[in-house]
Design a protein around this ligand. Sequence first.
Ligand code: SF4
Length: 407
Amino acid sequence: MKTFDVPVNYRSPLISAVKKKRKEADRMKKDFTPTLLDFGPLRIYLARHFGFCYGVENAIDIAFRTVAENPERRIFLLSEMIHNPQVNADLQAAGVRFLQDTKGNPIFPFESLGADDIVLIPAFGTTLEIEKRLNDIGIRTEHYNTTCPFVEKVWNRSEGIAQKGYSIIIHGKPRHEETRATFSHAAKDAPSVVVKDMAQTIELARYISGEKEAPYFYEEFKGQYSEGFNVERDLQRIGVVNQTTMLATDTQAIADYLKDVMIRKFSLDESNVREHFADTRDTLCYATNDNQSAVQGLLDAPADLAIVVGGYNSSNTSHLVELCEEKLPTFFISDEAKLLSKNTVFHYNFHTGIELVTENYLPGHAPVSVLITSGASCPDAVVEGVIRRLLSFYSGSKTVEEVAAGF
Ligand code: SF4
């Protein structure tokens, strides 16, 4: 796989050594068991796969190179390049400005941009409408486009479905940049609608089956369907694509459910189901699949708690949290500063969107076993910082350097 030039301060010598050793021993990525880092009173189980993915490294490489090569020009990012606070703060410190927040609300007016300005398209991609607005100003977006190829693959998949006459159902978070971008690209080719979860899918199915009357759809799915969408006409032939970072099991369940609905509505079977339901496998990216599978392997390890590190607005990270939560106490933190002391942790509840404080999160017995993973936009250096912070709470532990020497 292509390698990228990523600032060295995002790397961790310990984690690089662990990943290198695991990769050499398992080139086909069949082994999802975690790596044990035994510090004595603290035992860390590191997931087999976590941290920067292809798309994130690509975006970081392009962004910092653009800054270095264009000292005289104003450089903007459409919105957060990736959902990681450290990386975005570093880019801002280097002089990069954001045009919009993550929900698409303006921060810097487009009207103040000129043809000489550089606008970086984030890894999530952007909508055709925004691309056109920038091009109309004279800004060449293709030169500074960090859209992940795995996101573009989803756009290609939806185009393929559209060409065969299917409408497109997008499983994703309606306000997430990537889903907005995918929706825009899909809607260019076919009637499209976004479903955020199984509950919404079940409601959509009630329009397909005719159980619910069409006019209610336009209120219920407001902001989630393409212009001119006609419930009676456009839900006869459908195909499903998804945001690349959704939970694999959710996406599968949604596709299976809709397929079943079409089979029942049109009295189909496996031989002719394609007449109404496109043959789509999920469009999750390799990093989402690897990281979620690695969490399944991680959860087999005997542990007291799990720590998941990443940006609080990171979709892929929240799904890793969701998987861990099913099994044991889980703390979603953005960096080591959230581990206030051995007794107190600040952590994010992504279900409510509120940061909580929990006391006595580390058990009193020894050794303590902690599962650790991180999202695809989290630097390994941040994970190492979390490990070092935990170690500082335990006297008589081996050092990071001593454990790293074993890899
Ligand atoms: S999580 Fe997947 S789709 Fe998103 S940037 Fe990384 S590789 Fe690309």
